[in-house]
Design a protein around this ligand. Structure first.
Ligand SMILES: [Zn+2]
Length: 229
């Protein structure tokens, strides 16, 4: 699904025939909208694919392109141009949502580089062997507390003690999530500025951190649901 397309490959503008970059939404020569852009999400904004992304530049380009794609501007355009403007708007919104979010951006960039990320590649927490090793004990404990809490609820009982310890566990796991986010950012720079070996190590670390993050987020979600707050 995700492939790095050489966005530097020039194609001819359908309207003025001047060569243009295939990843641009508009012809730089005649300003006409172009058929759906090829290339990655970064290319849509004319940005280099980076984890340490210039978010101000991203936002500026997003607003500039959104204005240029506004339906009012295509009221008298051909059917093809109208169609392209809608397709480009969808692409622009997807690209912006993905790139502005640090986690989604990290996943996206790593996938562009062939990393396997996501639920289908990581364990699920029902399988305790897949729990991060350093959390095994706590996760075991937490699962028992969750089970007790659910059973108490089913019996119509209130268990303030159990609720209190679950809230504490939740805070702890939320703190661990923040740690993961800090660690991820630290790897961005290693990945972008390091040599090949450093880059490979950083990539592996980021994939592991994203798995850990997903695992922790599911735990927090389970506790939140059980606590009902
Ligand atoms: Zn043109």
């Amino acid at each position: 699904m995700l492939k790095i397309v050489d966005s530097a490959v020039p194609v001819a503008c359908w309207s003025c025939s001047v060569a243009r970059n295939a990843s641009t939404l508009f012809c730089p020569n005649c300003s006409k909208i172009q058929p759906p852009a090829t290339g990655d999400y970064f290319a849509v904004f004319g940005l280099q694919p980076r984890l340490n992304l210039d978010l101000d530049a991203l936002e500026r380009e997003f607003h500039r392109l959104s204005r240029r794609l506004h339906p009012d501007r295509f009221a008298r355009a051909s059917d093809s141009e109208k169609e392209w403007s809608l397709a480009d708007t969808a692409l622009l919104n997807d690209a912006y949502r993905t790139l502005k979010d640090p986690l989604k951006r990290t996943e996206y960039v790593l996938k562009l580089h062939g990393a396997e990320i996501g639920e289908e590649h990581s364990g699920n927490r029902q399988d305790p062997s897949r729990a991060p090793a350093d959390l095994l004990e706590e996760v075991f404990e937490l699962n028992m507390q969750l089970e007790e809490m659910r059973m108490a609820r089913q019996m119509g009982d209130d268990d303030p003690e159990a609720a209190k310890s679950l809230s504490e566990a939740k805070r702890k796991f939320e703190g661990l999530l923040q740690e993961v986010d800090r660690d991820l950012r630290a790897q961005w720079t290693a990945w972008e500025e390091g040599g090949d070996a450093q880059r490979q190590t950083a990539q592996k670390q980021m994939v592991a951190l994203l798995d850990r993050r997903r695992y922790l987020r599911n735990l927090v979600r389970d506790v939140t649901e059980t606590l009902g707050d």
